[in-house]
Ligand binder design. Structure first.
Ligand SMILES: CC(C)(COP(=O)(O)OP(=O)(O)OC[C@H]1O[C@@H](n2cnc3c(N)ncnc32)[C@H](O)[C@@H]1OP(=O)(O)O)[C@@H](O)C(=O)NCCC(=O)NCCS
Length: 164
């Protein structure tokens, strides 16, 4: 299977009543506690976008605001058979444009340290690692704790940011 104009990636909004459609993609992308949490978040997060590849549901991204000018990519996943075809990149480009058009100055995301596909994806879109100390330094102890909670950032995950 190859990407290209004959198998276009189309991205569309997934409103609350239709989010079940993306469950299998998250099941494919995550395991254990992450899978449970991703499914929980799918039902509650403000913005969900689904990507179809050649008409088939292939990827999903879950988005929310952390503060008035920082957007957060909560989860991004592509079903196994569609990986490496540019779907994740297109979804991340879409997320960046979404936040940018709404006035965000930065976009944050988090990934597990040893997740090489996620590393490649975020690096390809100029996300850089942000140390905990930088977050606390910029926002103060109280606000940075609140933001970490909002992001559900756990030990072993790296915080990433991209300036818009
Ligand atoms: C991370 C993930 C979403 C990437 O989706 P994808 O559709 O395979 O990504 P793309 O094909 O768009 O590739 C994105 C970039 O990463 C690179 N890349 C992707 N997979 C790679 C791999 N295995 N090795 C090296 N580079 C890779 C591509 O070259 C591309 O860069 P480019 O656009 O500059 O060419 C997918 O692997 C996935 O669903 N993983 C499980 C869930 C997950 O870990 N999500 C991230 C944390 S929330």
């Amino acid at each position: 299977m190859t990407a290209g104009p004959s198998r276009p990636v189309v991205i569309e909004e997934l409103p609350p009543g239709k989010r079940q459609r993306a469950r299998h993609i998250l099941d494919d992308g995550f395991s254990g506690i992450y899978r449970l949490h991703a499914q929980f978040t799918l039902r509650r997060v403000p913005v969900v976008r689904i990507a179809t590849f050649g008409g088939e549901d292939a990827g999903v991204v879950l988005l929310k605001w952390l503060t008035g000018n920082i957007g957060y990519v909560y989860y991004i996943a592509v079903a196994g058979k569609y990986r490496g075809l540019g779907v994740g990149g297109r979804l991340l480009d879409h997320a960046i444009s979404y936040f940018s058009e709404k006035g965000a100055l930065e976009v944050y995301a988090a990934r597990e340290e040893d997740n090489s596909e996620a590393k490649a994806l975020f690096e390809s879109r100029q996300f850089i690692v942000m140390e905990d100390a930088e977050l606390s330094g910029r926002f103060g102890a109280w606000q940075s704790r609140r933001m970490r909670r909002e992001m559900m950032k756990v030990y072993g995950e790296l915080l990433l940011r991209r300036t818009l």
